[in-house]
Design a binder for this molecule. Sequence first.
Ligand code: HEM
Length: 137
Amino acid sequence: MGGDGKVFTLTEVSQHSSPQDCWIVIEGKVYDVTKFLDDHPGGDEVILTATGKDATDDFEDVGHSSTAKAMLDEYYVGDIDSATAPTKTKFVPPSKQTESIQDKSSDLVIKILQFLVPLLILGLALGIRFYTKTPSS
Ligand code: HEM
């Protein structure tokens, strides 16, 4: 890669967030995309909103082509100090796991309720019918 192995903090990178001076962080690498802004098929706006943070997810979510990924190299200026901007992608699996565990337990509560509520209504209806029934002789 064409970079000189510099390491930047997220604060340093955040200082380059304008159309005249625009850096973005993708997968732990810092790119100076100032010259690319006008040429970006997705427009400069989206790239500018992805500054000052780890833009990996934003970049990936678009489903950029391998051509787009290969273009990154040209703008590489250094790496991000991971202590200042932990790469989100590395932490997605565990957080997704806990999310789904939480989801599962609340799913279970909903399933139990979905089972119990009709039973309660049925019981109530039968109870009312039992107590209001005119005694037949
Ligand atoms: C240096 C960084 C980037 C490069 C080199 C790049 C390159 C490209 C290229 C070549 C395309 C055309 C489609 C393709 O080949 O996949 C594209 C489309 C697009 N890009 Fe990027 N991109 C960069 C960063 C970003 C970021 C950070 C975002 C969003 C926050 C973004 C959002 C989009 C969108 C929305 C399109 C779709 C445009 C359309 O289909 O009309 N790009 N980009």
